[in-house]
Design a protein around this ligand. Sequence first.
Ligand SMILES: Nc1ncnc2c1ncn2[C@@H]1O[C@H](COP(=O)(O)OP(=O)(O)OP(=O)(O)O)[C@@H](O)[C@H]1O
Ligand SMILES: CC(=O)N[C@H]1[C@@H]2OC[C@@H](O2)[C@@H](O)[C@@H]1O[C@H](C)C(=O)O
Length: 358
Amino acid sequence: MDSKDKYKVIGLMSGTSLDGLDIAFCSFIKKEKGWSFKIDKAETVKYSSSWMNKLSQAHQLSGEQLIELDISYGELLGALTKDFLVRNKLKADFIASHGHTIFHQPRRKFTYQLGNGNAIHAITNTPVVYDFRSLDVVLGGEGAPLVPAGDEFLFDEYDVCLNLGGIANLSTKVKKQRLAYDICFTNMGLNYLASLVKKSYDKDGVMASTGEINSELLKSLNKIYNKFRNKRPSLGREMFELQILPLLNNKKIPLEDKLRTFTESAAREIIDAIVSHKKNVKVLCTGGGAFNSFLISRMLELGGDDVTLIIPEDEIIKFKEALVFAFLGLLRIRGEVNCLKSVTGASKDSSGGILAGF
Ligand SMILES: Nc1ncnc2c1ncn2[C@@H]1O[C@H](COP(=O)(O)OP(=O)(O)OP(=O)(O)O)[C@@H](O)[C@H]1O
Ligand SMILES: CC(=O)N[C@H]1[C@@H]2OC[C@@H](O2)[C@@H](O)[C@@H]1O[C@H](C)C(=O)O
């Protein structure tokens, strides 16, 4: 097992929205208690339309074709990482790669992230940790979310870590145990509404801010969230399409009002979830929604004195997940726990990840 106290690690993350590969070169230093960290350099490399197609259709391939794609996507990850390292004159101790999720069926004990670690190693000549989720899944866990384990070790100074992604989710500590859950649809709904006027998103929430709250729509959204408030299932695209989309497609409500109301609903759901744990909370806000100044201003108004929102530097907003996977890789090569049963529901804590080229 490795026991250094300084590491330079590349974290690679490919999110479900297919916007590209996040590459983050990170430094970690062991302290008396915990770790300090820094993102030294990071960028998102957009996928070509051909790779976007391959990744979005990979679930339909034959076994043989999928294995072939696993290698060629691993080679792509290797080539993009090598190019990033050469351009920035950097050298990493190892690469921690999440890969791109193609299948995720924890009940059937499998989860599959494309991007072969051996192929990444062959191209970069750097050791690789990959396949972070499978061990947790065979231990009976959900194999997700994994980022809360990083919150536990790197962002423990915050009472709540809030991610404003397609779906807003949070992680927090309750009775000394880390827990995490999805709160409500956020960018997924806002981006859908923006797409109706051919925009990829409502920049800074400007269109939303000009609309009026539609009380019927607000009530309907609230009713949907009330149904699972205490069950906290993971929210997915299926549920969005089935239950939220029909409401957003109501032709009688002007677009600005729908954006305003959807923002209001998300802000209320998020603030309610945060204050349900504790009053006077310090909340770290990351994910692209942290750039939505109108959403943030509504959350600040609703949270009042009970909630302090911390919007970190852009690098952390955009690359926190890649940073966390770099750190989970570090824990893995040290043989330390990087996956928490309190979050995933597995039979035990574990240290997930396959090693290639160490
Ligand atoms: N200036 C901005 N104003 C409003 N929204 C923004 C702004 N910048 C980014 N966003 C939102 O953030 C999104 C991109 O960030 P991110 O990748 O975290 O979101 P996501 O793809 O919805 O998340 P995830 O894949 O984690 O579910 C954009 O699609 C948009 O919804
Ligand atoms: C199986 C899988 O790839 N899950 C992703 C996905 O994208 C968001 C949400 O669903 C989260 O559970 C997870 O990723 C983050 C990085 C996580 O594991 O914390």
